[in-house]
Every structure is written in structure tokens, then in C-alpha cells.
Design a protein around this ligand. Structure first.
Ligand SMILES: [Zn+2]
Length: 61
């Protein structure tokens, strides 16, 4: 039975940085080891990572 402890897995993230600020999108989603931004895909290739659901809204009318 879990109590009120809210920081359950915080103790696991002590070694080094996994994600550092991305120079493209500015978010801390750039994987320092992989060299790929999880947010915009910087470092993965020439293309910027985009999602359809994240994109501009299509006007229904
Ligand atoms: Zn990025």
C-alpha cells in the first residue's frame, strides 16, 4: 500500500544528465548520449520531427 510519498523514483535519476537543453527547440529533450532530441528530433537527421497531431490545425471549413 503506497502512502503519501510523492517522489518515488526520483532517487534513480542521480547519475549524469540524460536530457540537456536542445539548441534547436530549446527544450531539455536533447539526449546527451544518443545525440537526438526527443522533442524536435534534432541530431537524428535532416528532417525536423513533426507530428500530425501536433501540427497546424486543418480548417474544417
Ligand atoms: Zn529539440
Amino acid at each position: 500500500m503506497k502512502g503519501l510519498g510523492g517522489t518515488g523514483s526520483q532517487g534513480l535519476r542521480s547519475k549524469g544528465k540524460t536530457h540537456i537543453p536542445c539548441r534547436r527547440c530549446g527544450r531539455s529533450s536533447y539526449h546527451a548520449t544518443k545525440g537526438v532530441c526527443a522533442s524536435c528530433g534534432y541530431g537524428a537527421g535532416p528532417k525536423t520531427r513533426k507530428y500530425a497531431w501536433k501540427n497546424t490545425r486543418k480548417r474544417a471549413k
